[in-house]
Ligand binder design. Structure first.
Ligand SMILES: [Zn+2]
Ligand SMILES: [Zn+2]
Length: 336
């Protein structure tokens, strides 16, 4: 059951609405509508899949029926996409039939929308190479690749009208903070005491990370840089994520996210001290019960942690020499 649209009135008078949307079956996201100070801005658009468009439109109707906003979709002045994951941008296809508001996002994520099919195939090649090096068995590789490509027909490329960089002030209201890691071009948006934290910082979940070898500007190194950028902000009282509930103690949440990654890094180091292992072997030990799409997420996440430890010189691959075709063979890691 879709939850009701809620409202927060910001200190600058902008009315901030949270629209809950079922973006995948039983998986919910938030879109935000900002009205006032001369703008009508939508932040994120749902997935465009399943109930998502219906929930977005029902939320929009509630702005009028429950909250008395006189606002048609055609009145939107801007659509900001926080990052190019389908649960945040898929709905723009439907919205394009109702509004000409410029789609606005970071240039490092733009190609996902403007070059959707081709970009997905490029990413799939890198993913396949990662799975080979990770030591995932070939039949499982095929299964995971098919799952990865499931959404290749779910979206068709469309233009992005505006791009914003770290430090850009959008419409005199929203300051852009580039926070890669979870997605290369992910942005958080600050409006005085309010932070829209996208999937960078969520109330309960530690955001999924994949290794930088699959897509540059993802991974734990980049993610931690983004956490430090948010930690430096002063005066944030309310943090609104792309999923889950609002966060009122941002510093505590950031500390918990650091700690959760540190625990996972320590666990990997402990396992590698016992014996050299591949990413697939580590994944089987750390996440023995995952199934379906979660297998792919788990092997990517462990891959991101292994990559971080390797980049920082804690571990090294031991079965690599000048003659081996390392593109095809699984890398076994050990602690120095
Ligand atoms: Zn995401
Ligand atoms: Zn998301």
């Amino acid at each position: 059951m879709k939850a009701a649209v809620t409202r927060y009135i910001a200190q600058n008078g902008v009315r901030v609405y949270t629209l809950p949307i079922e973006v995948f079956p039983h998986f919910w996201g938030n879109a935000y509508v900002l009205v006032g100070n001369g703008v009508a801005t939508l932040i994120d658009a749902g997935s465009g899949l399943g109930n998502s468009n219906e929930h977005l439109l029902a939320g929009w109707a509630e702005l009028q029926s429950t909250w008395g906003e006189r606002l048609a979709l055609a009145d939107l002045t801007r659509i900001i996409i926080t990052h190019a994951h389908i649960d945040h941008f898929g709905g723009v296809q439907m919205l394009r039939q109702h509004t000409q508001a410029p789609i606005t996002m970071h240039p490092l994520d733009r190609r996902v929308l403007t070059n959707f099919e081709n970009r997905l195939l490029m990413a799939a090649k890198s993913l396949h190479l990662f799975l080979q090096r990770a030591g995932v068995d070939p039949a499982e590789q095929q299964r995971l690749m098919q799952m990865y490509l499931w959404n290749k027909d779910q979206f068709h490329a469309l233009p992005v009208e505006a791009t914003v960089e770290d430090g850009t002030l959008i419409d005199g209201l929203l300051e852009v903070i580039h926070t890669p890691g979870h997605c290369p071009g992910q942005i958080c948006l600050r409006m005085d005491e309010v932070l829209f934290s996208a999937d960078h910082i969520l109330a309960r979940t530690s955001p999924h990370l994949a290794p930088e070898t699959i897509t540059p500007n993802t991974g734990l190194e980049a993610y931690n840089r983004g956490l430090r950028a948010i930690k430096r902000l002063q005066g944030i009282e309310l943090t609104l994520g792309g999923h889950e509930q609002p966060i009122t103690n941002l510093a505590e949440r950031i500390a918990a996210l650091y700690a959760s990654h540190q625990r996972k890094l320590d666990q990997i180091l402990t396992l590698l001290k016992m014996a050299p292992r591949t990413v697939a072997e580590l994944t089987a030990l750390i996440h023995p019960r995952v199934q379906g799409y979660d297998v792919l997420l788990a092997v990517e996440q462990v891959g991101a942690h292994v990559e971080y430890l390797y980049l920082r010189g804690y571990i090294r691959p031991i079965n690599i020499d000048a003659e081996s075709d390392e593109r095809m063979s699984a890398l076994q890691y050990a602690v120095f």
